[in-house]
Write a protein that binds this ligand. Structure first.
Ligand code: 28G
Length: 642
């Protein structure tokens, strides 16, 4: 009788696991690299839950040679007795969907787990094999599963021990995943994040394929996280750390301002999982900060009567980590994913704690408070100045068209067809002169650039607008800039940067691309920005005086000249070509070589553009090589592999 029940339930269980194998996306999001890594997050989260419950303080993660994964914790060990269903409890945990339940049994918080909060049974269902080893009650007990969670052999006692804990070793099923290659850096970053979020937790990662190793343990938790995020930045004060519990919600906040830096970096987490789109907890944080600073500034007469500091001004240069623990019954997200917290209780919880404690901090650190308010006031005034500068640009727009012509900078195209017209941004007046003479005036316009282009990665918008060179470019293109950029108003179909093929030229290219990237990004996204490629060589035959050829690369030169003797002229700059030559080689659509600038991954590039747009040309060049894809007019890829 009992046996029969057992069989019935095992059939049901296998049906459950089969459902996971049929539609893995429903349980782990996808079957690509993200889904593959999701299996690791699931198992690691279970170990973290055990540590959070107070059992064990260390987790070992090993990537094995065959891309299988082993996770070991030193908790109580999964229960190994018989379940009331008549089957081993291990089987219940590892083969029944959602067997774990959403709460930990002591009423504490179970981490929200991965994408869908599924557990080790899902990992088992999607694995070629999974072997669980439990140390408990003096014994070492092992249970094997194969081919998607089918028990393989019997539950065995394989030794004795005084330790306790659970080890899970699994290998993802290659028939399920489009890739089974584990990425060390991805796992490393995720485990580091978990270590930051769980103060004291020690995580040891080993990659047997490469012998890479990392150990993460942070005694100060999210305070250490903020230090890590602010590495290399100029610090002006110690990290502020606030914690508290309001209405059953546990709140932790660490924050620190940095100097010479205008960006705002706020990272928020709920139950150890990042909420990348923020939500109610972030709103509570921001509102507390704004209120505390304004109250303080008002109290000490640091503001004019009508002045009020706004959140964006107060948060310039701020790095903050907000971490909440919320029980299942109060947990709510906005939309389908868990990227944005919706729990209404989270806002007042964070707001109360941060307001009260930050107020106190400001009173205790008056110098810091005054500096912060002065800094915020500067930000506020810069924003006002930018708004004014913007308005001026707008008022000037009509005037500026004439001005452009009058100040003689722009040589416009005669035709008015925006779909055909090309704008050449030319390095230097002399090359500009040749370009003016050599161009096809029907559709080509020339704008010579004098002097250095401003590095827009390092200054604020009002400085950008004060810069004459960039102002002229904005007016010439005629489509406004920044949030107001309107590609429909763009006067040109192609914007072509034409510089010497030397380091200074590369520098100018990069500064212009940085400007377009930051203020007219759509031009780059739509593939309307190009770099002109003047030839590097002119080769003339020694015998036939009429025979000559322009060449662009060293390879071409080798092939063309072979062993014969030629006169080779190497062009160092545009200035060495006369108007005729410049047209023939670099501007004539029938002969020229243009390279189209595209951005592969805008989100990532933005970060990098900020990081790398320092003073050195070389790293910038490397960055451009790596992240900007160069495609010629005919979409023939010539640059960057990556
Ligand atoms: C190594 C990789 C992943 C785990 C435990 C420990 C217990 C447990 C896990 O219980 C829930 C409990 C009994 C039904 C709990 C042990 C209480 C007492 C545990 C892990 C619900 C399962 N003794 N460690 N599960 N049961 N580590 N690491 O999975 O009542 S899972």
């Amino acid at each position: 009788m009992a046996k029969n029940n057992y069989d019935d339930s095992s059939i049901k269980i296998l049906e459950g696991l089969e459902a996971v194998r049929k539609r893995p996306g429903m349980y782990i999001g996808s079957t690509d690299s993200t889904g593959l890594h999701h299996l690791v997050w699931e198992i690691v989260d279970n170990s973290i839950d055990e540590v959070t419950a107070g059992y064990g303080d260390k987790i070992n993660v090993t990537i094995k040679n065959d891309n299988s994964i082993e996770v070991e914790d030193f908790g109580r060990g999964m229960p190994c007795g018989m379940h009331e269903s008549g089957r081993p409890t291990l089987d219940v945990i590892l083969t029944t969907l959602h067997s774990g339940g959403k709460f930990s049994e002591d009423g504490g918080y179970k981490t929200a787990g991965g994408l869908h909060g599924v557990g080790s049974s899902v990992v088992n269902a999607l694995s070629q094999f999974l072997i669980v080893t439990v140390k408990r009650d003096g014994k070492i007990i092992r249970r094997k599963y194969a081919n998607g969670g089918h028990p393989d052999g019997e539950l065995e006692v394989i030794g004795e021990t005084k330790e306790t804990g659970t080890t899970i070793w699994f290998k993802p099923d290659p028939s399920i995943f489009s890739t089974t290659l584990y990425q060390y850096d991805l796992i490393k970053e995720r485990l580091r994040e978990k270590a930051f979020l769980n103060k004291g937790l020690k995580i040891h990662l080993v990659d047997q394929r490469s012998n890479k190793k990392d150990t993460f343990q942070f005694a100060e938790g999210i305070k250490d996280y903020v230090s890590f995020l602010n590495q290399g930045k100029t610090l002006t004060h110690e990290i502020c750390y606030f914690e508290g519990k309001v209405n059953r919600i546990i709140v932790e906040v660490a924050m620190q301002y940095t100097a010479n830096n205008y960006s705002e970096n706020i990272y928020s987490f709920v139950n150890n999982v990042i909420t990348k789109d923020g939500g109610t907890h972030e709103l509570g944080f921001k509102s507390a900060l704004t209120r505390a600073i304004n109250d303080y500034a008002r109290k000490y007469n640091l503001l004019k009567e009508k002045e009020k500091l706004e959140g964006v001004d107060i948060r310039e240069g701020l790095t903050a980590v907000i971490a909440l623990k919320i029980g299942e019954n109060q947990l709510q997200f906005v939309g389908q994913t868990k990227d944005k917290l919706g729990s209404p209780d989270a806002k007042p919880a964070v707001e109360n704690i941060v307001y009260e404690k930050f107020n106190y901090y400001l009173e205790e650190n008056r110098e810091f408070a005054n500096n912060l308010i002065q800094k915020s006031l500067r930000a506020y005034r810069a924003r006002e100045a930018a708004r004014k500068a913007r308005d001026d640009v707008r008022l000037d727009k009509k005037k500026s068209k004439n001005q452009l012509l009058n100040n003689g900078k722009l040589t416009p195209a005669q035709g008015k067809n925006k779909e055909l017209n090309e704008l050449f941004l030319v390095e230097g007046d002399s090359a500009g002169g040749s370009a003016k003479k050599g161009r096809d005036s029907r559709f080509q316009a020339i704008l010579p650039l004098r002097g250095k282009v401003l590095n827009t990665a390092k200054c604020k918008i009002d400085e950008v607008l004060k810069n004459e060179e960039l102002n002229t470019i904005i007016n010439t293109i005629g489509a406004d800039f920044g949030a107001d950029f309107d590609i429909k108003k763009c006067n040109y179909n192609k914007i072509i940067i034409m510089t010497d093929a030397d380091v200074d030229g590369a520098h100018i290219q990069i500064l212009l691309l940085t400007f377009f990237f930051n203020y007219m990004r759509e031009l780059i996204e739509k593939g309307m920005v190009y770099i002109a490629m003047p030839p590097l060589y002119l080769v003339k035959s020694k015998t036939k005086s009429k025979e000559q050829k322009y060449l662009w690369t060293d390879d071409e030169l080798k092939k063309y000249t072979g062993n014969n003797s030629y006169i080779v002229q190497r062009y160092k700059g545009l200035g060495e070509m006369d108007a005729e030559q410049l047209w023939e080689t670099t501007m004539n659509p029938n002969n020229r070589m243009l390279v189209r600038v595209g951005i592969e991954d805008i989100g990532d590039s933005e970060q990098r553009i900020k990081v790398l747009m320092g003073d050195d040309v070389e790293p910038r060049r490397d960055w451009i090589d790596k992240h900007v894809s160069f495609v010629t007019e005919d979409n023939f890829e010539i640059g960057s592999e990556d």
